[in-house]
Design a protein around this ligand. Structure first.
Ligand code: ADP
Ligand code: ADP
Length: 228
């Protein structure tokens, strides 16, 4: 599903953020990426959804080389990938419903289908009483769940999340983790970048550890429990 072959990425200031990374993630896997700040986690996620082009090497999604996609093909890639950003990036002047509906509007869904699907996922996320509110009236955990609903409402092949539990308490963290696990059970390949040891320890998933642009360790899901 996701293949990186010797991928390097240098930003314009010459800072090398990734130094020849090779990584394969199978369809249906659930992978945590961790490592200190500056390790390259965000950069790696950006490469996967085509927001950055590798300086060297190849990024393949479903067998397609992301850097060979034309600008008209990139939107098709993005439609199959749900992304949850560190700062949520919700639209402040739109309601919760509208923030989630956007994903399906872009795909050209009809109004009735959008209504059904959006209400279904907002109910799953425990947000049905919040649909008419704008994001600033929500708690951090609720905003994170709206961002997740928006990313997952079209059942993407891949979900990418950057520090999804940043400022959340344990109850909210568990809720978010359960949403990831449920999406994964429904077939979505999940890649989560996080510093959060508790989140990693509680979930027993494959773990990729980055440091200064290199993969320094990989643990299979059985090992990740005891070794972090
Ligand atoms: P992480 O997400 O693991 O904290 P990042 O991918 O954000 O790591 O950053 C990796 C390295 O790339 C860091 O040294 C960071 O300073 C640098 N970097 C990240 N984004 C940019 C950017 N837009 N311009 C220049 N350097 C950047
Ligand atoms: P993370 O917490 O994932 O490491 P950061 O807080 O490092 O993310 O990055 C936040 C924003 O700042 C990103 O848009 C990133 O591209 C940018 N950024 C990070 N490091 C640098 C850098 N050294 N120079 C320029 N922009 C940077």
């Amino acid at each position: 599903m996701i293949q990186l072959h010797n991928v390097s990425l240098a930003y314009q200031n010459d800072a090398s953020a990734l130094n020849g990374i090779t990584l394969h993630i199978e369809k249906g896997e659930f992978v945590f990426m961790t490592g200190p700040s500056g390790a390259g986690k965000t950069t790696l996620l950006r490469l996967l959804y085509g927001a950055l082009t590798p300086t060297r090497g190849q990024v393949l999604i479903d067998g397609q080389n992301v850097s060979r996609l034309t600008s008209s093909q990139i939107p098709y890639l993005r439609r199959s990938i749900g992304v949850v950003f560190q700062d949520f990036k919700l639209l402040p002047s739109r309601t919760v419903f509208e923030n989630v509906a956007i994903t399906l509007e872009v795909l050209g869904w009809g109004r009735a289908d959008i209504g059904k699907k959006v209400m279904h996922i907002l109910r799953q996320m425990g947000l049905e009483s919040k649909i008419h509110l704008t994001p600033q009236r929500l708690s951090g955990g609720e905003q994170q769940r709206v961002a997740l609903a928006r990313a997952l409402v079209n059942d993407p092949k891949i979900l990418l999340a950057d520090e999804p539990t940043g400022n959340l308490d344990d109850v909210n963290k568990n809720q978010i983790l359960n949403i990831f696990k449920e999406a994964n059970i429904r077939g979505t390949t999940v890649v989560v970048a996080t510093h959060d040891r508790r989140l990693i320890e509680n979930s027993h998933k494959r773990l990729v550890i980055l440091n200064k642009g290199d993969i320094v360790e990989q643990l299979e899901k059985e090992e990740s429990l005891k070794s972090v």
